[in-house]
Design a protein around this ligand. Structure first.
Ligand code: GAR
Length: 188
């Protein structure tokens, strides 16, 4: 049986694209059932529409709290029989409502070798620190910020400090590692 995947994203969606392409090519044993986006109009929503993937666009601020916001998402996930969630540049901490139902079945990609540089702009943080080995991490999601058990990592040796040069290296590595890791988890 194919898994039913939801991908949560807030921005450009290049990781969304890599996962969706891998599903379409059966490299990942799943169909992308839903794209959840908390920034209406973000480029990821166009990517999803081009692939005929249903998009759920929500404004978190229009809900009175996180539980109410996540309950709406949960209802849609259940309607779509989603059994696994990938966060792909979703810049929001997952709360108890979603974790209770999907614990151990939510993963995230982060552009650093965690536990170094959690949170926003990990690449900028690492450059600022003068890091010589950058990298990317796929991890299980819990209620912490980019915490949770590490599932896979890839180092990126880089001696310079040119963000424009480094960033594409990080993204390319992310796409490969995310697809590889999710394919392995969902192979059965
Ligand atoms: C990616 O680099 C991802 O690792 C990062 O946001 C970017 C989204 O790019 N996520 C985090 O920083 C999570 N804390 P994309 O929209 O092109 O996939």
């Amino acid at each position: 049986m194919k898994h039913r995947l939801a991908i949560f994203a807030s921005g450009n969606g290049s990781n969304f694209e890599a996962l969706a392409a891998a599903c379409a090519k059966n490299r990942i044993n799943a169909d992308v059932a839903l794209c959840v986006c908390d920034k209406p109009g973000a480029y990821v929503t166009e990517r999803a529409k081009k692939r005929n993937i249903r998009v759920l666009e929500l404004r978190p601020k229009s809900f009175s709290n996180k539980a109410e916001y996540e309950q709406v998402i949960l209802n849609e996930l259940q309607k779509e029989n989603v059994d696994f969630i990938c966060l792909a540049g979703y810049m929001r901490i997952i709360g108890a409502t979603l974790l209770q139902h999907y614990e151990g079945r939510i993963v995230n990609i982060h552009p650093s070798l965690l536990p170094a540089f959690p949170g926003v702009d990990a690449i900028g943080q690492a450059l600022e620190y003068g890091v010589k080995v950058f990298g990317v991490t796929v991890h299980l999601v819990d209620q912490s910020l980019d915490g949770g058990k590490i599932l896979s990592q890839a180092p990126i040796p880089y001696n310079g400090n040119d963000r424009d040069e480094l960033e594409p290296m990080v993204h390319t590595r992310e796409h490969a590692l995310y697809v590889e890791t999710v394919a392995e988890i969902l192979k059965n």
